[in-house]
Ligand binder design. Structure first.
Ligand code: PGA
Length: 253
């Protein structure tokens, strides 16, 4: 089963107008492999500017978060309708920093996934275990507990329109990348878990790996059978490195 390869950039609360300018200029020139899409997720204030600058047909704009509400008295929140006005196509949902720092539960994350899908946008649903959970051999239980509320909320058929990013929390921003074998084994578990609900749908869901991906390790990680690209933090802020990763990633076709 050939799936599209996705390289997604999560800038987190980093970057400025200068980076928007330089990254867009660099990415607009990039020659992507067949079947490769790139998604750039700057902070909300930069979405408009970036939308006007990115002109590559396979490079899309993404948001890092969204409200589960449609509109109203929710100070500080941003809705899917607003994101759509600025050409956003993807939304990162349930990043581990949202889960741990902002206490987003898996149930809230599931509501957000539904809201994003209802708006016709594509959620990049993040899941992942902590170091303590891996050491205690609870990884699979934790991932299943993060996925199940989403399956309950939207139904397995809707995973046709979902991208999943597996990001072990211990690998995020630490330089401790999961080895390609370890990442593949976990991705395989995730796909099997989805397949226990619907094998055909499971075979089509893009599964991205995230956690200290860089230009040195991306090729080996993305070459794994169940790894369909990555969600990059630190490396996505470096124009040359991110452009290199995008241009050297081979699609699966
Ligand atoms: P990192 O972040 O690449 O800096 O580890 C990845 C992420 O948090 O999405």
């Amino acid at each position: 089963m050939n799936r599209r390869t996705i390289i997604a950039a999560n800038w987190k609360m980093n970057g400025d107008l200068d980076l928007v300018e330089k990254m867009s200029a660099s990415l607009n020139q990039v020659k992507l492999g067949n079947n490769v899409d790139v998604v750039v997720c700057p902070s909300s204030p930069y979405l408009t500017v970036m939308a006007n600058k990115l002109i590559h047909k396979n490079i899309y704009l993404g948001a890092q978060n969204v409200s589960e509400q449609a509109s109203g008295a929710f100070t500080g929140e941003v809705s899917t309708t607003m994101l759509k006005e600025f050409s956003v196509k993807y939304v990162i949902v349930g990043h581990s920093e949202r889960r741990s720092i902002y206490k987003e539960s898996s149930v809230l994350v599931a509501h957000k996934v539904k809201t994003v899908l209802n708006a016709g946008l594509t959620p990049i649903l993040c899941i992942g275990e902590s170091a303590a959970e891996r050491t205690a051999e609870h990884t699979e239980t934790v991932l299943a507990a993060q996925l199940q509320p989403v399956i309950d909320e939207i139904g397995i058929e809707k995973f046709n329109e979902v991208v999943i990013a597996y990001e072990p929390v211990w690998a995020i921003g630490t330089g401790k990348t999961a080895s390609p074998d370890m990442a593949q084994a976990t991705h395989h578990f995730i796909r099997q878990f989805l397949a226990s609900n619907d094998a055909k749908i499971a075979s089509k869901v893009p599964l991205l790996y995230g956690g200290s991906v860089n230009a040195k390790n991306s090729e080996a990680l993305f070459a794994q059978a169940d790894i369909d690209g990555g969600l990059l933090g630190g490396a996505s802020l470096k124009v040359d490195e991110f452009t290199l990763i995008c241009s050297t990633t081979k699609g699966s076709l």
